[in-house]
Design a protein around this ligand. Structure first.
Ligand SMILES: Cc1cc2nc3c(=O)[nH]c(=O)nc-3n(C[C@H](O)[C@H](O)[C@H](O)COP(=O)(O)O)c2cc1C
Length: 139
């Protein structure tokens, strides 16, 4: 993906609805990959046993409108914007939507702990946003 001028990188966190099954997660992932390829959106969807955290990057208007749609999705709730920043380059150019599960017992347990902690926050400061940006860089 070339010729990126000004890109918006948006991150949010949300609570996974209790009744969401593995099959529904797989459907979300398929839907995201298919739509995002068409919209030239890239990014990463992280999930713990309780929360989603997603980073979306692409054309500013397209990412904002996609986020507005995602925020209305009944498969999650308490959608909270963590950060929005303009970047020169994509951080995940090869992933239309990578999915990573971070469960407490696996090698990502530190990251899962951070997401589960941040999932309880209602608002995010610049420091939170910076910490989350570092977390995404470590993946
Ligand atoms: C946690 C979560 C992440 C999602 N991520 C994306 C995404 O990256 N791209 C996308 O198109 N839809 C995503 N969706 C689905 C959207 O909410 C929505 O169903 C979809 O964009 C509808 O588009 P369509 O009617 O054009 O298929 C996500 C849903 C959830 C619950």
């Amino acid at each position: 993906m070339t010729n990126d001028t000004t890109l918006l990188q948006l991150t949010y966190i949300s609570r996974i609805c209790a009744n969401v099954s593995e099959q529904q997660i797989a459907l979300i992932h398929q839907q995201a990959e298919r739509n995002n390829a068409r919209l030239q959106i890239t990014g990463l969807l992280l999930m713990t046993d309780r929360y989603f955290m997603q980073l979306l990057e692409g054309d500013s208007a397209i990412v904002k409108s996609k986020f507005a749609k995602i925020a209305q999705d009944s498969r999650h709730q308490e959608v909270r914007l963590v950060s929005e920043r303009l970047v020169q380059q994509r951080q995940f150019p090869d992933w239309h939507m990578g999915l990573k599960r971070m469960l407490d017992q696996d090698e990502h347990q530190d990251l899962a702990a951070v997401i589960n902690l941040y999932g309880q926050q209602q608002q995010f400061s610049t420091q939170h946003a910076d910490a989350i940006s570092l977390l995404f860089r470590s993946i």
